[in-house]
Design a protein around this ligand. Structure first.
Ligand SMILES: C[S@@+](CC[C@H](N)C(=O)[O-])C[C@H]1O[C@@H](n2cnc3c(N)ncnc32)[C@H](O)[C@@H]1O
Length: 243
C-alpha cells in the first residue's frame, strides 16, 4: 500500500481511537524520563498524545515521507523515515516501542521483533495493536458494508499466535494479549467515501460503490452505530539478557 498517495485523505479524515491511548497509559508506566518509539507512526496522532500526557521524549518512524509531513512539529518528538524491520537510529534505547494498525504492512515481522529487542532497555515494553480474525469479521462499518474487505484482511493480517511465537523467539517475556473495544457512531461518511482505509483499495469498484450507497442510505435515517476493536499484544524485554 502506497501511503504517500493516502496521506492527504488519511490526515484529513482519520483520527486516533482513545481506547488505544487508554491501553498504552494503563499497561505502561511512563515517566518524564521515558523514551518512546512509535513504529509506523504515520501522521503522529498517537505519539503526540502519549508524549504530551507523560511529558516524555518521543521518536516516530514511518516509511512514508508524505505521512510524516502531516505530523506536527513538536519540541519533544523527532520524526524520521524508516521501517519496522530497520530503525533509522545508531544507538538509541527506548522504554516503550509500539505500533498501531501497522503490523499487517510489515513483511518480515520476526525481523521487526528482533530489531525492537535490540533497541529496548532491559524491562522495556513492546505493544503491537492489531486485529484478530474475529475482530476483522465483526468490523462495523467496514465489514458490514464491504464484506470483501474482511476476506482480503483475513489473508493480509498476520496470525496473533505467530506474532506471539516470534516475540518469544526473539526473547520477549510476559507476552500478553488484551482485547479492547468501544462503540462508535458514524455520522460523516468522508473517510469511507475517500477510501482512507487501505482495505477499501483491495475490493472491486462495484463492491465499493454498492457499500457506500448502503452506508449513505442508512445515514439518511441518522448516525450509524459501529464498533472499534483491537487486540494489543504486549511483551517485555528481559531484565537480564544472555550474551
Ligand atoms: C494504517 S496506517 C497507521 C498510522 C498510525 N499508526 C495510526 O494509527 O494513525 C499504517 C502506517 O504504517 C506505515 N508502514 C507501512 N509499511 C511499514 C513498515 N514496513 N514499517 C513501518 N511502518 C510501515 C505506513 O506508511 C502508514 O503510515
Amino acid at each position: 500500500m502506497d501511503y504517500d498517495k493516502l496521506a492527504d485523505v488519511y490526515a484529513r479524515t482519520r483520527g486516533l481511537s482513545p481506547i488505544v491511548l487508554d491501553e498504552l497509559r494503563t499497561h505502561w508506566s511512563g515517566t518524564p524520563d521515558s523514551r518512546v518509539l512509535e513504529v509506523g507512526c504515520g501522521t503522529g496522532d498517537y505519539l503526540v498524545e502519549l508524549v504530551d500526557s507523560v511529558k516524555c521524549l518521543g521518536w516516530g518512524v514511518d516509511p512514508s515521507a508524505k505521512m510524516l509531513q502531516h505530523a506536527p512539529a513538536h519540541e519533544n518528538i523527532r520524526f524520521a523515515e524508516g521501517t519496522a524491520e530497520k530503525f533509522p537510529f545508531e544507538d538509541s534505547v527506548f522504554d516503550l516501542i509500539f505500533s498501531v494498525n501497522v503490523i499487517h504492512h510489515v513483511i518480515e515481522t520476526a525481523d521487526y521483533f528482533g530489531e525492537a529487542m535490540g533497541y529496548l532497555k532491559p524491562g522495556g515494553m513492546i505493544c503491537t495493536v492489531t486485529d484478530t480474525p474475529r475482530i476483522i469479521r465483526d468490523r462495523k462499518p467496514l465489514t458490514h458494508y464491504w464484506p470483501g474487505t474482511a476476506l482480503a484482511d483475513l489473508v493480509r493480517y498476520p496470525e496473533i499466535s505467530k506474532l506471539s511465537e516470534q516475540m518469544g523467539s526473539e526473547g520477549f517475556v510476559d507476552i500478553e494479549e488484551h482485547e479492547i473495544s468501544a462503540p462508535i457512531q458514524i455520522d460523516d461518511p468522508s473517510s469511507y467515501k475517500e477510501k482512507a482505509y487501505s482495505c477499501l483499495h483491495l475490493i472491486s469498484e462495484d463492491e465499493f460503490v454498492e457499500g457506500l450507497r448502503c452506508l449513505e442510505d442508512d445515514l439518511k435515517a441518522g448516525p450509524v452505530q459501529g464498533i472499534i476493536e483491537f487486540v494489543c499484544i504486549w511483551g517485555t524485554a528481559p531484565l537480564h539478557r544472555a550474551i
